[in-house]
Design a protein around this ligand. Structure first.
Ligand code: MN
Ligand code: MN
Length: 291
């Protein structure tokens, strides 16, 4: 085991930071194979693989104000995790910082969105996932990772969330959604029409001033991201997700990357997750400028 480390280039203090890395080593609602609790530190370790300088934008992460807040403490239930995580994230938004939350299972995503202040500019959510995650409750727990899009919808409203890359859903979720009307673009549609057209459609649906990206790493095909709890074939490519991040970056308020379960591959998934987190930071910095 490598010792836990901070995210590469996260050398700013919290007070001066614009981007804040938060790890949530929680995977108690995992429904198939566990291990996402090891995601945050594995993603941090792999972040050191990459250059500070970004070829495409000309932005260097070492010039940006990034702070690594470390990991949240151990929790009991998912409800306790959600309560505590909201308290960690709330002051970050309030101070105008951009949280980059590393899970953990997808149950860690709703509290990261729920912490967004109602008084702040309106928030829309791009929810990237192989699964719909739209159950009202799963195995008796409404805070399960199988319910996360639904919990987020309850915060932002049905018009302000779009699921991208879905290809696994229960009949019950589809039936429920007929009256609720959450928008989704399947992985199969994305493969047919192309990612840029699909993301543009999603962005046209989200009329909000700001955007939050929740990336369940299983949105990406298991050929690229095998290190996850519930792998599902026919997924997005890493480059598809790169397009999503690039197109959303000018409005980006926050990002999470969930369900990286590093022990199921030899590090590729953690490296990909670290690279995508870095992509979000440089793309937003290039789009909005630096203070
Ligand atoms: Mn999910
Ligand atoms: Mn999933």
């Amino acid at each position: 085991m490598l010792r836990p480390t901070t995210f590469a280039d996260a050398s700013a203090s919290l007070e001066e930071s614009e981007y804040v890395i938060v790890g949530v080593p929680f995977d108690r609602t995992t429904s198939f194979r566990p291990g996402a609790r090891f995601g945050p530190d594995s993603i941090r370790q792999h972040s050191w693989n990459f250059e500070s300088y970004d070829l495409e934008t000309g932005v260097s992460l070492s010039d940006l104000a990034i702070h690594d807040l470390g990991n949240t403490e151990e929790f009991g239930s998912a409800t306790q995790m959600a309560d505590a995580l909201r308290e960690e994230i709330r002051p970050l938004y309030a101070a105008g910082r951009v949280p980059i939350v590393l899970g953990g299972d997808h149950a860690c995503s709703p509290p990261s969105v729920e912490a967004y202040p109602d008084s702040a500019p309106s928030l829309g959510v791009l929810y990237l996932d192989a699964h719909m995650d739209f159950r009202s409750s799963y195995l008796g727990d409404p805070r399960s990772h199988g319910c996360s899009s639904r919990r987020i919808l309850e915060k932002v409203g049905a018009r302000n969330i779009v699921v991208l890359g879905v290809r696994s859903v229960s009949e019950e979720e589809i039936e429920d959604n007929k009256s609720i009307g959450m928008s989704y673009i399947t992985a199969h549609e994305i493969a047919r029409e192309g990612i840029e057209s699909a993301v543009q459609r999603a962005l046209n649906m989200l009329k909000t001033e700001r955007l939050y990206i929740s990336l369940d790493i299983d949105a990406i095909d298991p050929a690229y991201a095998a290190g996850t709890g519930t792998p599902e074939p026919f997924g997005l490519t890493p480059r598809d997700v790169k397009h999503v991040i690039g197109m959303a970056a000018p409005r980006l308020a926050g990002l999470d990357i969930m369900e990286v379960s590093p022990h199921y591959d030899s590090g590729n998934t953690s490296a990909l997750a670290a690279r995508l987190a870095r992509e979000a930071i440089v793309r937003r910095a290039a789009a909005v400028g630096r203070p």
